[in-house]
Design a protein around this ligand. Structure first.
Ligand SMILES: [Zn+2]
Length: 245
């Protein structure tokens, strides 16, 4: 199963199952049961737009500090920046809606990790009550992670999958460790963020994102099978529990 074949969004397969890994360089990587992978790249213009906006903001605060700009002009500039910001945000949201609808509509089972998303973004930002430490140091990495808006994307994907009647399964990242585990032999080895490949002693070699997506897929198939077995053994109890939850 350790093979690599890139497909552009293929034909609709209603019975399709997918393991989904999201990342910074590739927005979403999907692993399919037949061994194929799909990648949805991160729109490049996002990073450029964000850089542009940041540079503009910096220029404006420098000018404001040096009193080279009138209060009125400063207000006007800030309003213009806020408008650009809102426009970019709307375009991202549109992209996320389309991408999540497309993925949710084509699969009956999607397995993806949700915990790491919250952890990674929460670590630097913190919350309103408890702002994070080392915000500036972490901002570089998290800036690009936040650019992909993963939390919003996963929420969209979750409710769209549920609406479409698909199974949406989320393992506990700390237990499964999709980015560290070998999809073939199950060995766990920590990778640094810079390591872009999965290269296991057992001979399995694959891109990092593809390997993680495949681990998620394998887990999702197993989890789904377990759930079905439970339902067969105790249908009334399982249905009742789900309805109550
Ligand atoms: Zn291995």
């Amino acid at each position: 199963m350790c093979r690599k074949a890139w497909l552009p969004w293929p034909r609709v397969k209603l019975s399709a199952t997918a393991g989904l890994d999201w990342g910074v360089s590739t927005f979403v990587t999907l692993a399919h049961e037949d061994g194929a992978f799909e990648a949805l790249p991160n729109p490049r213009h996002w990073a450029l737009e964000a850089e542009d906006l940041k540079a503009e903001q910096r220029r404006l605060s420098v000018a404001a500090r040096a009193r080279k700009i009138s209060r009125r002009a400063l207000r006007a500039h800030r309003r213009a920046l806020a408008r650009r910001h809102a426009k970019i945000a709307a375009r991202r949201k549109d992209f996320l809606h389309k991408a999540s609808a497309r993925i949710a509509g084509r699969h009956r089972l999607i397995a993806t990790e949700a915990l790491a998303v919250r952890n990674m973004t929460a670590s630097a930002r913190g919350t309103a009550e408890a702002p994070g430490r080392n915000v500036a140091q972490k901002a570089g990495l998290n800036g690009s992670i936040l650019d992909t808006a993963p939390a919003g994307f996963l929420n969209m994907l979750r409710y769209k999958a549920e609406e479409a009647g698909a199974e949406f399964l989320e393992p506990k990242t700390r237990e499964l460790k999709p980015s560290q585990r070998c999809l073939d032999c199950g060995a766990v080895r920590k990778k640094t963020l810079a390591e872009r490949h999965h290269d296991c002693d057992c001979g399995c070699r694959l891109g990092r994102d593809e390997a993680a997506a495949r681990v998620l897929l394998n887990w999702g198939l197993e989890e789904s099978r377990k759930r079905r077995d439970t339902e067969t053994i105790n249908p009334a109890g399982t249905v009742g529990d789900q309805a109550a939850a």
